[in-house]
Write a new protein. Structure first.
Ligand code: GLP
Length: 241
């Protein structure tokens, strides 16, 4: 595990964008795994800025989302499909088909999960997976006690995650209770993992992931098993190390 500690959130975005841009410059048809939430937004905006300046060609990317809420239509502004439309599809100049999201609006969610795994495999696997971390150590929506070998599946959000994500919704009760998420086993198959964390509120989860045992109670600790995992942290997120 490589740990990179930089002074602030803007440095996290720049450093991580450099890693992603270097990969894309060498391999324009990179398959990029894209996290949602607030943590990676700075990376996406920095990549879009470089594209707008003509310094980076993003046209040949294929992207796969980590997860999606069950019960929100793709058009719902708080769905991750809508988030990725705003932060990636349009600013990166991609067609919507280039950015895949688990289809959590399907009647048969187990089938949707299986098809998502097949789509990732058909694309040749994810080359570089961008990750955030939940305050409880989740990655994707793999909450504590998720199996370390789990695959894409339907799962329930923890009370803590629903409370953390209530800031994105009008009312706490509007936060969905379930999601479709790539599993920890799925995430571990990516060629490279790039986790970003900013702020004091992530410090305990980061410390557990890096210095604690590999344990289902901290799903991000599974990154210790990956041969090419990089954590880019600001000083506040690294303050528990
Ligand atoms: C979200 C997402 C994760 C994300 C994490 C942290 O709910 N499902 O992919 O990494 O929780 O969120 P944030 O970056 O907003 O702190």
């Amino acid at each position: 595990m490589d740990i990179v500690i930089v002074p602030n959130a803007s440095d996290v975005a720049t450093y991580a964008a450099d890693v992603v841009a270097a990969r894309i410059a060498g391999t324009p048809d990179t398959v990029l795994g894209v996290a949602t939430g607030s943590s990676p937004v700075g990376i996406y905006r920095e990549l879009a800025r470089r594209r707008a300046e003509g310094a980076l060609d993003l046209a040949h990317l294929t992207c796969f989302a980590l997860d999606e809420y069950v019960g929100l239509a793709p058009e719902h502004p708080r769905s991750y499909a809508a988030y990725l439309d705003r932060e990636i599809v349009r600013p990166f100049g991609l067609d919507r088909e280039q950015v895949r999201v688990p289809d959590a609006s399907r009647a048969d969610l187990d089938e949707a999960a299986e098809e998502y795994e097949q789509a990732i495999a058909a694309a040749g696997g994810i080359d570089l997976q961008i990750l955030g971390i939940g305050t409880n150590g989740h990655i994707g929506f793999n909450e504590p006690i998720s199996s370390l070998s789990s695959r894409t599946r339907v799962t329930a959000l923890s009370a803590q995650t629903r409370a953390d994500n209530a800031r994105f919704f009008d009312r706490p009760d509007d936060v969905p209770t379930h999601c479709l998420t790539q599993g920890l086993g799925t995430i571990l198959e990516a060629g490279r993992l790039l986790l970003v964390a900013q702020g004091e509120r992530k410090a305990a989860a980061v410390a557990a992931a890096v210095e604690g045992p590999v344990a289902a109670r901290c799903p991000a600790s599974v990154l210790q098993f990956h041969p090419r995992a990089t954590l880019v942290l600001d000083e506040a997120a690294a303050s528990g190390l």
